[in-house]
Design a protein around this ligand. Structure first.
Ligand code: NA7
Length: 545
C-alpha cells in the first residue's frame, strides 16, 4: 500500500460519495438500503461477481444455515421480505439463502448502487479533509466521508501451511472459495477433505456419496448433532408471518437472538435416566434444540456439560460400527466450546466402505506431494483436495485491507497485540470508519442477521446525528476502547468458549493475536451498552467539526 494512499488526479477524477460500503453480503446490502433511505449517496463494492458475501462463496456441497430454523435467519427490517419469500426448509441450503439475497437485491432495488467484481484495495484517511481516499481494483479513486466495513466475519479463507501443499497437482478447492460455476465433479475421484469443522462435517457425507474414495484428515474430532432438516410447515410460516412483530421482539431478548425460550431446568435436577430420555428426544428432533430445550446450565456447569458430551460420545459409539474409527471420532473437550455443528448423517458416513478416517493427532501429515498426501503411516493417493480449514475470522479481511488512519497509523499496527475496538464498531484513530459485526460485538454469537441490523442502524443513525449537528467526523476515544476491550476479554473468561482453541479466539490462524473476539455477554446487554452510549451524548466518542 502506498503511504499516501490513493489520490484523485485531473486525469483520474474521484468518485465522490458520502459512504463507501465494503462487501455485498447481508450487512453491505442492508447498509446500502438504510443509508440510501437516509438520503446519503452510498455505494457498495464487492470483489465477487454476485451479491451474497459468504453465501455466494460457500457453495460446497451440503452448505446450510446452522442457526435455529427458517424463517429466522433473515432480515427483520421489512415485512414485505418476510411475507414474499418462501423458505422451503428449516435449515435452508446455500442456494436458497443466495436466492433470498438476490431477491432482496431486486426487491429493494439495490443493484444500481452495487459494483461487483471490484475489490477495495486501499483506504487512507485524509486528516485535512476529514474524508477517506479509497482505491479499488478498477483503479478509480473514491473520495468518501465514511467507510462502512461490511466485509463479513467469515470471508477470508484460512489456507493451511503444510509442507509440499503447493506441489499437489490434483484439483484443490477451499470450501469458503468454492468455484462459482458448479464445475466441481467428485465422480470417480479419490478425494481428501482436510478439516472437520462445520464446512467439513456438512460436506463430507455429500462428497462420500459421489466420489470413488474419501479420506477425511481430522485434526480435532467434533461434536455434531443431527440437523433435523425438513420442509417448512406452511402453517408454521403462516403463523410466523402473522406474529412477526412478537417474534422479532422475542428474538431481541434471547441471548442468542433466536425466538425460542431456553429451558430453565438444570441437568442435576434430573436422574441419569431422565436426562438420557430428554437428550434422546431432542436428538430425534434435531437442530439446536438439544442445547436450547434441554438444560439451562449446559454451558456454565461442567457436570451438566459432561452429561451432554457423554450422550453424544455414546451416539458416536453406537452409530460408527468400527470401534477403532469410533474411538478416533470421540471429542474429549467441553461441548459447545467450538461452534455447535448440525449435520446430515456425518457419523454414519464413516460406515461406508469408501471412507477412511485419518486421525492427524496419531498419524500426522508429513507432506503433500503431487499425487497425494503422505502421513506418518503411509501415502494416500489423491485426485482432489478439499480444504475445509475455515477462516481468518472476524478480523482477517480488514487486516488484509489494512486501512491507514489518522497520523498514517495502520490498522495492523493498532491490532498488533489484540483486536481493540469500542463497542465492536469503531477504533480510535480511524475516524468515520465503522465495522459491522467487528471484534468486540456479539456478531457470530448472536443471530447474525439481527447483529448486522443493529450495527447498521447504529451507523446510519450516527451519520444522521453528525449531519444534523454539523459534525464532520466521529472517532472512538482510546480510554473507552481500552475499557470496552478489557470488558469483552473479562466476559469471555466467564464462559466456556475460552477453554479450547477455536476460530473464536483466533487460535486457528498462525501468528494471529490471541484473544476472544466476539462479545459474549449476549445481544440484549450489548444493545443496551450501545443505546446508553448514544443517549449519553455519544459517550466515548469524539465528534469534530
Ligand atoms: P472451522 O470451524 O474453523 O474448522 C476448520 C477445520 O479445519 C477444523 O477441523 C480445523 O482443525 C481444521 N484445520 C485447520 N487448519 C488445519 C491444518 N493446518 N491442519 C489440519 N487441520 C486443520 O471452519 P469451518 O469452515 O468448518 O466453519 C467456520 C464457521 O462457518 C462455522 O463455525 C459456522 O459458523 C460457519 P482444529 O479444530 O483447528 O484442530
Amino acid at each position: 500500500m502506498s503511504s499516501k494512499g490513493p489520490q484523485a488526479t485531473a486525469a483520474q477524477p474521484a468518485i465522490v460519495l458520502d459512504v463507501v460500503v465494503i462487501g455485498a453480503g447481508f450487512s453491505g446490502m442492508y447498509a446500502l438500503h438504510t443509508l440510501r433511505a437516509a438520503g446519503l449517496k452510498a455505494r457498495v463494492y464487492d470483489e465477487a461477481h454476485n451479491v451474497g458475501g459468504t453465501w455466494n462463496w460457500n457453495r460446497y456441497p451440503g452448505a446450510r444455515v446452522d442457526f435455529p430454523v427458517a424463517p429466522y435467519y433473515c432480515y427483520t427490517f421489512s415485512d414485505e421480505l418476510m411475507n414474499e419469500f418462501d423458505w422451503p426448509e428449516r435449515q435452508p441450503d446455500q442456494a436458497t439463502v443466495l436466492k433470498y439475497l438476490n431477491f432482496v437485491a431486486d426487491r429493494m432495488d439495490l443493484r444500481r448502487d452495487i459494483e461487483l467484481g471490484t475489490r477495495i484495495t486501499d483506504a487512507t484517511y485524509d486528516e485535512t479533509r476529514q474524508r477517506w481516499w479509497v482505491d479499488t481494483s478498477r483503479g478509480t479513486p473514491i473520495d468518501a466521508q465514511f467507510v462502512v466495513c461490511a466485509s463479513g466475519a467469515l470471508s477470508t479463507a484460512n489456507m493451511p501451511k503444510i509442507p509440499g501443499i503447493e506441489t499437489f497437482a490434483g484439483e484443490c478447492y477451499h470450501t469458503g472459495r468454492w468455484p462459482q460455476d458448479d464445475s466441481v465433479d467428485f465422480t470417480g475421484k479419490r478425494v481428501a477433505v482436510l478439516g472437520t469443522g462445520s464446512s467439513g462435517v456438512q460436506s463430507i457425507p455429500h462428497i462420500a456419496r459421489q466420489c470413488q474414495h474419501l479420506t477425511v484428515l481430522q485434526r480435532t474430532p467434533q461434536y455434531t448433532v443431527p440437523a433435523g432438516n425438513k420442509p417448512v410447515d406452511p402453517d408454521f410460516v403462516a403463523n410466523a408471518r402473522a406474529t412477526w412483530p412478537e417474534i422479532k421482539q422475542r428474538m431481541r431478548v434471547t441471548p442468542f437472538g433466536s425466538p425460542f425460550q431456553a429451558s430453565t431446568v438444570r441437568a442435576e435436577e434430573h436422574t441419569p435416566e431422565q436426562r438420557r430420555e430428554v437428550y434422546e428426544k431432542f436428538w430425534q428432533v434435531g437442530g439446536f434444540n438439544i442445547v436450547i430445550d434441554t438444560y439451562c446450565d449446559l454451558f456454565t456447569d461442567k457436570f451438566s456439560n459432561d452429561t451432554l458430551a457423554e450422550f453424544v460420545r455414546d451416539k458416536i459409539r453406537s452409530i460408527v460400527k468400527n470401534p477403532e474409527t469410533a474411538r478416533k471420532l470421540l471429542p474429549n473437550y467441553l461441548i459447545g466450546t467450538k461452534r455447535q455443528i448440525l449435520d446430515e448423517g456425518y457419523y454414519d458416513t464413516f460406515n461406508r466402505d469408501n471412507v477412511t478416517l485419518v486421525d492427524l493427532r496419531e498419524d500426522p501429515i508429513v507432506e503433500f506431494y503431487p499425487g497425494g498426501v503422505r502421513t506418518q503411516s503411509g501415502e494416500h493417493p489423491l485426485d482432489m483436495l478439499v480444504l475445509a480449514t475455515g477462516f481468518d475470522a472476524i478480523t482477517g479481511t480488514l487486516q488484509r485491507l489494512n486501512p491507514r488512519g489518522r497520523g498514517g497509523v495502520t490498522l495492523n499496527e493498532c491490532w498488533k497485540d489484540r483486536f481493540n475496538s469500542y463497542l465492536g464498531i469503531t477504533i480510535p484513530r480511524f475516524p468515520n470508519l465503522f465495522m459491522i459485526t467487528g471484534p468486540g460485538s456479539p456478531s457470530v454469537l448472536y443471530n447474525m442477521t439481527a447483529s448486522i441490523e443493529q450495527n447498521v442502524d447504529f451507523v446510519s443513525n450516527t451519520i444522521d446525528h453528525l449531519r444534523e449537528h454539523h459534525y464532520t467526523s466521529i472517532e472512538a476515544q482510546p480510554r473507552e476502547e481500552l475499557a470496552w476491550t478489557q470488558y469483552v476479554d473479562w466476559i469471555s473468561k466467564q464462559t466456556i468458549y475460552t477453554k479450547v482453541k477455536s476460530w473464536y479466539n483466533g487460535e486457528n490462524v498462525n501468528g494471529k493475536p490471541a484473544g476472544f473476539m466476539p462479545y459474549a455477554g449476549g445481544g440484549l446487554t450489548y444493545f443496551e451498552f450501545v443505546r446508553q452510549a448514544v443517549d449519553n451524548g455519544y459517550r466515548g466518542f469524539t465528534r469534530s467539526v
